[in-house]
Design a protein around this ligand. Structure first.
Ligand code: NAP
Length: 261
């Protein structure tokens, strides 16, 4: 039977758009108190208002750059100072940058993906972990990807970061065995968010091509999976969920309507 989030605190990173935003909203609807972080703080104010309107809950929002140690430390201190406890951490902040082959890809893009998707996730987890363990009913949810199961041309480093997320998730499950902490990886296929706009450095026409002729998943579809995982009874660990649109059969395999077959 599902449990609800009443009396529990959930932290969502990268909550200014897409999956993170909708997850924070869905967790608040499920009864959790939520703390949200992202670099675009003005967008978080908007989310806090929406959560208050819909659920009557006062969410905690603060600027967070997961690539910056001082920013991470300030965010963690702020959340703990505000709520005193954390049960759930959703490590969602992440990105792909570029889709060029290794030979021509931008090394600054590689560094930013590694710093955000891998080091950011590790640092957030390390700092919140003592609080999550102490909560007595903790859960770490990492956003992986289908790209953490299958590599594709032009995705070497993004795929590497998501393979890393999978490895980290598995290692954590071993390390935390015997402690009251569940560890889950949610691994989506194509989801229509700002992801592609970010990947193509703001080129809206390149981003639009990604979703042409397919029905992609929405951020709400993934938020729903995350809420499902965290509202199972405390002894039920959803290890991993690979979730794709009906129009996707592999990391780069799509059925596109209107395209020659
Ligand atoms: P999105 O709409 O671009 O959202 C990404 C979020 O990450 C934003 O809120 C962004 O906020 C935040 N972020 C980026 N860099 C950050 C940093 N340095 N510090 C803190 N926050 C940062 O993309 P999305 O699709 O929701 O992506 C969410 C997660 O799902 C990512 O981990 C992504 O890899 C994964 N995923 C997405 C897809 C897809 O097709 N969309 C598929 C599989 C997995 P700010 O820019 O305001 O900081």
């Amino acid at each position: 039977m599902a449990i609800d989030g009443r009396g529990k605190v959930a932290v969502v990173t990268g909550a200014s758009s897409g999956i993170g935003r909708q997850t924070a909203l869905a967790l608040a609807r499920a009864g959790f108190d939520v703390a949200v972080g992202a670099r675009r703080k003005e967008r978080l104010a908007d989310l806090v208002d929406e959560i208050a309107r819909e659920t009557g809950k006062a969410a905690y929002a603060a600027a967070l750059d997961v690539t910056s140690v001082p920013s991470i430390d300030a965010f963690v201190q702020g959340v703990i100072g505000h709520f005193g406890v954390v049960h759930v951490l959703v490590n969602n902040a992440g990105k792909a940058l570029g889709r060029d082959p290794v030979e021509t890809a931008d090394e600054a893009d590689w560094q930013e993906m590694l710093d955000t998707n891998v080091m950011g996730l590790m640092r957030m987890t390390k700092r919140f972990l003592p609080h999550i363990v102490a909560s007595g009913d903790g859960h770490i949810v990492n956003l992986g990807s289908i790209a953490g199961h299958e590599s594709y041309a032009g995705g070497s480093v993004y795929c590497a970061t998501k393979f890393a997320v999978r490895a980290i998730t598995e290692a954590l499950r071993h390390e935390l065995l015997g402690k009251p902490v569940r560890v889950t990886s949610i691994d989506p296929g194509m989801v229509e968010t700002e992801f592609s706009l970010v990947r193509f450095h703001g080129d809206a026409s390149e981003a639009a091509k990604v979703y042409q002729g397919v029905r992609p998943l929405t951020a709400d579809d993934i938020a729903d999976c995350i809420v499902f995982a965290v509202t199972r009874p405390a002894h039920v660990n959803i290890d991993e969920m690979i979730v794709t649109s009906i129009d996707q059969a592999g990391a780069r395999v799509f059925h596109r309507r209107g395209a020659p077959s």
